[in-house]
Design a protein around this ligand. Structure first.
Ligand SMILES: [Zn+2]
Length: 383
């Protein structure tokens, strides 16, 4: 679907207006015009939800807006098949249950089987009929107990423990590399350069293919989410579902960034998190490692790591990061990115980060100072 943006009119615009008015992000409900006020309100909403801030309503923002209508307790929640209930009320419930130590999985705003199971467990423990649905009775019990029982961040501790138990070895681990965009019209950021035309989709595919070779040589099972020129574009949800089906141990998504101004440059890495405490600790660690290795090895400008709730980060069941490897719109970054030698350097950095994930050598060897062969030898020594 095309994004709804400034200048648009129609029923979809008035729908967006009314949701944002209820959320008190917009004060003057006007007719169905997407004006500057509405654009600002959309930006504020996107920022508050950890979405990309572009002031336009595309698929992802639309889904978040749609989910935002629901406040916890305003409707009965239950496990509906095949179309699961989604919304912010579901996420609020999941976070509440997680705080209390129930395993709902990652708070993904989707009322799936695991959430229903956690609700049933809670109901059993407070003496309610364990039907796995959350109606007024269950809400009352949650309100009564919720504030008193806080167990920290059990989901993330569990994730970290599962990761630790998988052992300090790359051999046999499954990693999914996700080159962004590709397929149909979706080339990502495109920059014409004389007779040449650089696209994000092609460059990140090249990086993914190089990385695939290196990771496979290190003994990992490697899957790419797409080929060099798929027929259809793929959503973040589809990419996440693929990685879940493969039972992947890690997922690394590769993108480039773009901006109107050529001055914007640098590398940034993203992991799952709402920005308000609920964050994948293993994902955060991988993001920090990837970011650090790239910055130290390539000297690219450090745009840091950030918590986001993008579909791909939210719906995957394994530690997932997305790295934006420079701005194709920056002459500085572009010059480097189109050089295959530089892309090798990036691949080397990501490989080192993955190695460090499974084999913490921080104490032994400073970031960026060793090459991967040494790291592999160190690994072999310890094994
Ligand atoms: Zn992209």
């Amino acid at each position: 679907m095309r994004s709804i943006r400034r200048g648009d009119t129609g029923p979809a615009v008035s729908e967006i207006r009314s949701i944002l008015t209820v959320l008190e992000l917009l004060s003057d409900p006007e007719p169905d015009l997407f004006d500057e006020h509405l654009e600002n309100a959309v930006r504020a909403f996107q920022q508050s939800r950890g979405l990309g801030v572009d002031g336009m309503v595309g698929d992802e923002t639309w889904r978040a807006l749609d989910g935002a209508r629901w406040r916890l307790g305003s409707r009965t929640l239950f496990h509906s098949v095949p179309d699961a209930l989604t919304g912010e009320d579901v996420r609020a419930l999941q976070e509440r249950l997680l705080e209390m130590g129930y395993d709902t999985g990652r708070p993904d705003s989707v009322y799936g089987a695991r959430t229903a199971h956690a609700v049933a467990q809670f109901q059993r423990e407070v003496g309610l009929t364990p039907d796995g649905s959350c109606g007024p009775q269950t809400m009352k019990a949650l309100r009564r107990l919720g504030r008193k029982v806080v167990g920290g961040r059990p989901q993330w501790l569990r994730e970290a423990e599962a990761f630790r138990q998988s052992g300090p070895n790359l051999v046999g681990k499954t990693i999914v590399i996700d080159p962004g965009h590709g397929g149909g019209e979706d080339a990502g950021v495109v920059v014409p350069d004389g007779p040449l035309r650089w696209t994000e989709a092609d460059l990140v595919f090249d990086l993914a293919a190089r990385l695939e070779g290196r990771l496979a040589a290190a003994g990992m099972r490697v899957h790419l989410t797409r080929g060099p020129s798929p027929a259809e574009p793929m959503s973040g949800t589809e990419r996440a579902a693929l990685a879940n089906t493969l039972g992947a141990d890690l997922l690394i998504s590769l993108h480039l960034d773009g901006q109107d101004t050529p001055a914007a440059e640098g590398v940034a890495t993203y992991h799952y998190g709402t920005g308000s405490g609920s964050s994948s600790t293993v994902g955060e660690r991988l993001a920090n490692l990837v970011q650090r290795e790239i910055v130290v090895r390539t000297g690219m400008h450090d745009c840091r790591t950030h918590a986001k709730t993008w579909d791909l980060l939210r719906l995957t069941r394994m530690p997932t990061v997305r790295v934006d490897l420079g701005y194709l719109t920056s002459p500085v970054d572009r010059e480097r990115l189109i050089n295959p030698m530089f892309r090798e350097q990036i691949v080397e950095a990501i490989l080192a980060a993955v190695q460090r994930m499974y084999f913490p050598v921080e104490r032994d060897v400073p970031t960026g100072s060793i090459d991967v062969r040494q790291l592999r030898m160190a690994l072999a020594d310890r094994a």
